[in-house]
Design a protein. Structure first.
Length: 281
């Protein structure tokens, strides 16, 4: 009886010792989250990242700087067309008379620069249209350069026009023009073409009258202009050689045509020359 009571007491003491080995805490059971709720921590990290992105987006809301206007290129200044280069060398018409075919203005002036000074001729086309056209073209193409007053006769006239280059001279000596009616008389200071007794034989030789030579009108010498400035220069050109052969001892036109200025400068060094002629505006 007593052994059964003792066994019951020992069993009771054993249960009491087992229950006292568990830890004691004052915190409620819910303070430590269960393992099953760990994904919530991941969700919190995602929420944190989302919040940071939202903060970043909020920062991006700052109004952007105004766009800068593109720099427009400055327009380049318009390029001016360069004037044409002056023609090099002699005018082609000097060796091809058919190219010198411009029509002269109704009236024009030409300045002649000579070894004695300058003089100016005024041309009136209606006096002698074909003659005026030829004279105009000769001045325009630069024909009158180093042209000698090769036949100058005191009290009569001063003759010029044969070219100093034999090649050019021969081209033009055959380039005759048709005659014009005589409208004006050969008064002092008036200029006409020299020619032969044959019709339509005017080419490039001219003479300026020293006096009134009305007797030449009936031979078809048709004035086309007159000296309006510098007649004293024309009066002063060298006259000492006089008439050419066979009547005189002056220059031979045949030799001028063949030898040019080389012949004149060697055998007739005192002759005066036209340096150049230009059209006057």
């Amino acid at each position: 009886m007593h052994e059964r009571r003792w066994s019951c007491c020992a069993f009771f003491l054993l249960l009491l010792s087992l229950s006292c080995s568990a830890p004691v805490t004052d915190e409620p059971d819910s303070a430590e989250p269960p393992a099953a709720e760990e994904p919530a921590a991941v969700a919190d990290a995602g929420d944190k990242a989302t919040a940071e992105e939202a903060a970043g987006d909020a920062a991006d809301v700052t109004p952007p700087e105004p766009a800068k206007k593109p720099v427009e290129p400055k327009p380049e200044p318009a390029k001016m067309d360069k004037p044409p280069r002056p023609m090099k060398g002699p005018n082609p018409a000097l060796r091809n008379p058919s190219l010198a075919n411009a029509k002269a203005p109704a009236s024009f002036k030409a300045r002649f620069e000579t070894t004695k000074g300058d003089f100016v001729i005024e041309v009136t086309r209606e006096w002698s249209p074909r003659g005026a056209d030829r004279f105009y073209n000769l001045v325009k193409i630069g024909y009158f350069r180093n042209i000698a007053f090769f036949r100058v006769i005191e009290g009569f006239m001063a003759q010029f026009g044969m070219h100093g280059d034999p090649v050019i001279g021969q081209k033009w000596s055959a380039a005759n023009i048709q005659d014009d009616p005589v409208v004006k008389s050969n008064h002092r200071g008036y200029i006409s073409f020299a020619k032969t007794n044959m019709p339509h034989s005017r080419s490039v030789q001219f003479f300026i009258n020293y006096k009134d030579n009305g007797n030449l009108d009936s031979y078809g010498f048709s004035p086309f202009g007159q000296v309006i400035e510098g007649m004293e220069v024309v009066d002063s050109v060298y006259k000492g050689y006089g008439e050419g052969p066979p009547q005189g001892r002056g220059p031979s036109q045949g030799r001028i045509r063949a030898e040019g200025n080389g012949y004149l400068k060697r055998d007739f060094p005192k002759l005066d020359y036209i340096k150049k002629a230009t059209l006057v505006n």
